[in-house]
Design a protein around this ligand. Structure first.
Ligand code: NAP
Length: 249
C-alpha cells in the first residue's frame, strides 16, 4: 500500500461499525496497518475482508473495552510485534441511559464511565510508551459537542459527563506529551453522523439528512498523519476547523 500513512501502525477502537469502521478503512486506504478493536467478531472479519480488498492488512482484536486486563495484554502484544504504535484512534463509545439523573440505574452509569472514560485511561496507560516510541505518535480521542457545549442537554448526563471527562483526559495527555515527545493528541467532534448511535439519540430524524462516517474519515485520518502539528485542541467536523479550549469568561 502507498499513501501518507504507509506502514504506520494504527489501533482503532470501535472499528466494527459506524465512525470507527469508516476510519479503519480510511487509514488502511492510506497505507496503515490497522489493529481493529470491538466486541463483534463477525463485523471485524467483514472489515478485514474489506481492508484486504483495498490491498491492506489488519489485525483483529475482538475485545470488550471493559476488560482492562485485555488492554494491558494488547499493549504487550503490540510491543512484541512492532515495538511501537504510530496511531491511536480512541473512538469506541456508548450513549448510556437517556433519562433524568435521578433515574439512572447505577450499573448503567458505571458502564458509561468504564467504556467512555476508564477504558481510554487504560489505553493510554498501556500504550503511552509505544506511542512515544514512534517517530510521530498520534492519538485522537473521539468526543462530542455534548462534552463541551455551553448548555448541556437534559437527560443525557452519562454521555455528557463521560465525554467531558474524556476531553479532560485527552487534554491532560496532550500536556504531558507536548514537551517530552513527538506525540500529538487531538480531540475530534464528528457532529451528527449517520450511525446506529445517532439513530438511538434522534429516532425521529431522517438519517439521509446526515453526513456519513465515510465523509468524516479522511478528516480524522489527517489528524493521524506524521505531518500533523497541533496538540491539545479540538477538531470540529461541522466547521472543518481546529478550535482551542478556553476557560469560561
Ligand atoms: P456506534 O455506531 O454505536 O459504534 C460504536 C462502536 O463502539 C462500535 O464499533 C462498538 O462495537 C464499539 N463499542 C461499544 N462498546 C464497546 C465495548 N464495551 N468494547 C469494545 N467496543 C465497544 O457509534 P458511532 O456513532 O460510530 O460513534 C463512535 C464515536 O463517535 C463515539 O465515541 C460517539 O460518542 C462519537 N460521536 C458520534 C456521533 C454521531 O452522530 N454518530 C456524534 C458525536 C460523537 P461492538 O458493539 O462491536 O463492541
Amino acid at each position: 500500500m502507498s499513501g501518507i500513512l504507509k506502514d504506520r501502525i494504527a489501533l482503532v477502537t470501535g472499528a466494527s461499525r459506524g465512525i470507527g469502521r469508516a476510519v479503519a478503512l480510511e487509514l488502511a486506504r492510506q497505507g496503515a496497518h490497522v489493529i481493529a478493536l470491538a466486541r463483534t467478531q463477525g463485523a471485524l472479519e467483514e472489515l478485514d475482508d474489506e481492508i484486504r480488498k483495498l490491498g491492506g492488512e489488519a489485525t483483529l482484536v475482538p475485545c470488550d473495552l471493559k476488560d482492562f486486563d485485555a488492554l494491558d495484554r494488547l499493549g504487550a502484544a503490540i510491543y512484541e510485534r512492532w515495538k511501537k504504535l504510530d496511531i491511536l484512534v480512541a473512538n469506541a463509545g456508548i450513549l448510556g441511559p437517556i433519562t433524568p439523573i435521578s433515574h439512572i440505574d447505577p450499573p448503567k452509569w458505571d458502564e458509561a464511565i468504564q467504556v467512555n472514560v476508564t477504558a481510554n485511561y487504560r489505553l493510554i496507560r498501556s500504550l503511552d510508551i509505544l506511542l512515544r516510541a514512534s517517530d510521530a505518535g498520534r492519538a485522537v480521542f473521539v468526543s462530542s459537542g455534548a462534552g463541551h457545549k455551553a448548555n448541556f442537554s437534559p437527560y443525557r448526563a452519562a454521555y455528557s459527563v463521560t465525554k467531558a471527562a474524556l476531553e479532560g483526559l485527552a487534554r491532560t495527555y496532550a500536556a504531558e506529551t507536548v514537551t517530552t515527545s513527538p506525540v500529538k493528541v487531538m480531540i475530534a467532534n464528528p457532529g451528527p453522523l449517520r450511525t446506529k448511535m445517532r439513530a438511538a439519540v434522534a429516532p425521529g430524524e431522517d438519517p439521509m439528512s446526515l453526513r456519513t462516517p465515510e465523509e468524516f474519515a479522511p478528516k480524522l485520518a489527517a489528524l493521524c498523519a506524521p505531518s500533523w502539528t497541533q496538540s491539545g485542541q479540538l477538531y470540529d467536523f461541522a466547521s472543518d476547523s481546529v478550535k482551542s479550549f478556553k476557560a469560561p469568561e
